[in-house]
Every structure is written in structure tokens, then in C-alpha cells.
Design a protein around this ligand. Structure first.
Ligand SMILES: *Cc1c(COP(=O)(O)O)cnc(C)c1O
Length: 360
């Protein structure tokens, strides 16, 4: 049976990447060593790291005045590193609240500064992106933080806010590399790797150089972006295997037409699922405002918990795995990141249609 994995993260990786990693597992490029066994300062791993960075810069068209950092601690550590490094003596930061991940980022930032909630979608169960015209931005804020894709709620921005001179900071954990972004519009972009990049244990940070070097005195060394930037992410031992895997994913992306081609495929995949939901005569329900529906995480429910449970069980028997919704939302969630194939999405859409005909 063919297995399709719809996990929200850690998530599916391209089969070709896993096969290449398998082929190189014991002996990377004739060195007789596994990547896991290499010194991070040896020429072999240095070349892997340099290639991964160069490929990422090419894929995202990252301008020269930005550093790319390969760190640990997941997106969660960025929830604190960002205020610690970017407050630069200011007392407050602007946060847009679009759901669970925004709220987590805000809660952590509150330990370091006043958090100004610029806009919120809490009035409608976090189901939409607040209209930019309603945002209460503070021109003196240290930065503006938002979450480009809410992995749990399935709410995604289809536009980038123009916040003027205040640095724009984005948590792109679940949609980085899934659509083109103009990096120059951002002060800082961060992402945990385990959704659209590679294995868990690696976090990416893309940061404009002028935002480095403002850490307060006494900040632990490992929390200072500048330390990592100056050391090319090799201040301490970086997550070497994760970086290698990310590098293979970047190569795979380049071979498959880059981010522009990914976006095309992601639009088609998401459309198939949302069309299936919308054509089900109300059997399936997606709570998200249509223009703000995520291309990466598709939440849906039959609005009957027992039927949802049956759906998940029968889907599993068909090899359609990890469709259970987040514990906070219930229902189902199909995560269809870059590595999810159209064949997988088609198999899910077919099953959804069949299940609805039987149950509806
Ligand atoms: C998964 C996720 C996180 C948390 O990532 P960790 O690597 O577990 O810290 C943060 N933000 C978003 C948008 C996510 O999807």
C-alpha cells in the first residue's frame, strides 16, 4: 500500500531526498564517513554547509546584506531571541495575533517588553487575516512580528504588510519556500525546519545585517545573533545532519523549478482539497475565511466528532496518515507541504469524496 503522510510536522520529506541520504549514509562522496561522523570544521562538512547556504540564498534570492543562520532550539527559541536581539533599547514591539503560534510568540515576548497587539482575529475563532487598514501600528515599535502561516488554524497571509521603516519579522515555519517572498521587505525571517525544510533540530534565521550587534550586555553568548553570524553558524557544533538534509532538500527544490514552481504545485494541491470541501454540500466544513485559507495546512471537519474519528480511522486504513486535527481544534488537518505530491492529495480527495457519499 502506498503511504501518504499528512503530518503537520515533523512532516513528509521528498522521497528522492531520503533515498539520496540513504545511498550516502555510510559513505559520503567516497570519504568513508557518514555525514553524522564528520567534524563540523573539516573540509567535507564545511563544503556541505557552504553549498546549503548558497542554494538557500539562490532559492530565496536573499540580498547580500542579509545573514543566513543555521541554529538550534526550533522556532520556539526565536520567540525569545528576537526580542532579546531586536529591541535595541526600545520598550515595545508590535505583534499581529492570527492564532496559536502568534500567541505563543507574544507570550514569550511579554517577558522582555511591552507587546502591542496590532490586530487580532480572536473575535472569530482565529479564522481570518485582519484587514491591514485596521492594524494599530506603533511607529516607535522595535519591530512588527507576524506569522505568515498559522499551522494550527490554517490561516495564511496572501500579502506582505508594508510597515514602513519598522523592521518586519516573520515566523515562516510552515510556509517558507512554498511561495516566493521578497526578502528585502523583512528585517528578519525565521523558521523551524521540520515542516518545509528538513528534520527537526534545525532552525533557519535570515536577518538583515544592521539588526545584528544590538544585544544587551550580559546576554548569554548562544542567544546573540551576532555571535552566530560572525562564526558562520559554527560558533558551537551546529546541527550537522539537519543542515546536510536541508541542503539535499534545497538541491531537490532547485531541480524541481525552485520556489516559483513549488508555488504553482501548492496552489493546485490546495485547490483540489478546498474544492472537494466546498463541493460536499456542507458535509465537510473548513472554518477559514476563503481568501485566507492556507495552502499548507487544510483544516476541515464533518462537525460531528464521531464521524471525524471514523474518517481518520478509515483514511489510515487506506494509507492516508496523520490527518487528525490539532488537539486544540479537533477535526481533521491535511498538511500538504512542498514534499507532499499531487498523487497524495488526489488520493485524499478521492477518499473524501467516497466517504461523503457513503456517510452524507
Ligand atoms: C511548528 C511551528 C512552530 C514551533 O516550532 P518548534 O521548532 O517546535 O519550536 C512555531 N511557529 C510555527 C508557525 C510553527 O508551525
Amino acid at each position: 500500500m502506498t503511504i501518504f503522510n499528512f503530518s503537520a510536522g515533523p512532516a513528509v520529506l521528498p522521497k528522492e531526498v531520503l533515498q539520496q541520504a540513504q545511498a550516502e549514509f555510510l559513505d559520503w562522496h567516497g570519504t568513508g564517513m557518514s555525514v553524522m561522523e564528520m567534524s563540523h570544521r573539516g573540509k567535507e562538512f564545511m563544503s556541505i554547509a557552504a553549498q546549503a547556504e548558497a542554494d538557500l540564498r539562490e532559492l530565496m534570492n536573499i540580498p547580500k546584506n542579509y545573514k543566513t543562520l543555521f541554529l538550534q532550539g526550533g522556532a520556539h527559541l526565536q520567540f525569545s531571541m528576537i526580542p532579546l536581539n531586536l529591541l535595541r533599547g526600545k520598550l515595545s514591539a508590535d505583534y499581529v495575533n492570527t492564532g496559536e503560534w502568534s500567541k505563543k510568540a507574544m507570550d514569550e515576548a511579554k517577558k522582555f517588553c511591552y507587546v502591542n497587539e496590532v490586530a487580532s482575529n480572536a473575535d472569530k475563532k482565529a479564522s481570518y487575516v485582519p484587514d491591514f487598514k485596521s492594524w494599530k501600528l506603533d511607529k516607535d515599535a522595535a519591530y512588527v512580528h507576524y506569522t505568515t502561516n498559522e499551522t494550527i488554524g490554517g490561516v495564511e497571509f496572501s500579502w506582505v504588510p508594508d510597515v514602513g521603516k519598522v523592521p518586519l519579522v516573520a515566523d515562516m515555519s510552515s510556509n517558507i519556500l512554498s511561495r516566493p517572498y521578497d526578502v528585502s521587505k523583512f528585517g528578519l525571517i525565521y523558521a523551524g525546519a521540520q515542516k518545509n525544510i528538513g528534520p527537526a533540530g534545525l532552525a533557519l534565521v535570515i536577518v538583515r545585517e544592521d539588526l545584528l550587534g544590538h544585544a544587551p550586555k550580559g546576554l548569554p553568548t548562544m542567544l546573540d545573533f551576532k555571535v552566530h553570524a560572525d562564526a558562520d553558524s559554527m560558533y558551537n557544533t551546529p546541527p550537522t545532519y539537519g543542515m546536510y538534509m536541508a541542503g539535499l532538500v534545497f538541491q531537490w527544490l532547485k531541480k524541481n523549478g525552485g520556489v516559483a514552481q513549488m508555488e504553482k504545485a501548492n496552489i493546485a494541491k490546495a485547490k483540489l482539497l478546498y474544492d472537494t470541501i466546498d463541493a460536499s454540500n456542507g458535509f465537510y466544513h473548513c472554518p477559514v475565511n476563503k481568501p485566507d485559507r492556507s495552502r499548507m495546512n487544510v483544516p476541515f471537519t464533518t462537525q460531528d466528532a464521531a464521524v471525524d474519528a471514523e474518517f481518520i480511522k478509515q483514511a489510515e486504513a487506506r494509507g492516508l496518515l496523520q490527518l487528525k486535527g490539532h488537539r486544540l481544534t479537533g477535526g481533521m488537518r491535511a498538511s500538504i507541504y512542498n514534499a507532499m505530491t499531487m498523487a497524495g492529495v488526489q488520493a485524499l480527495a478521492d477518499f473524501m469524496g467516497e466517504f461523503a457519499r457513503r456517510k452524507g
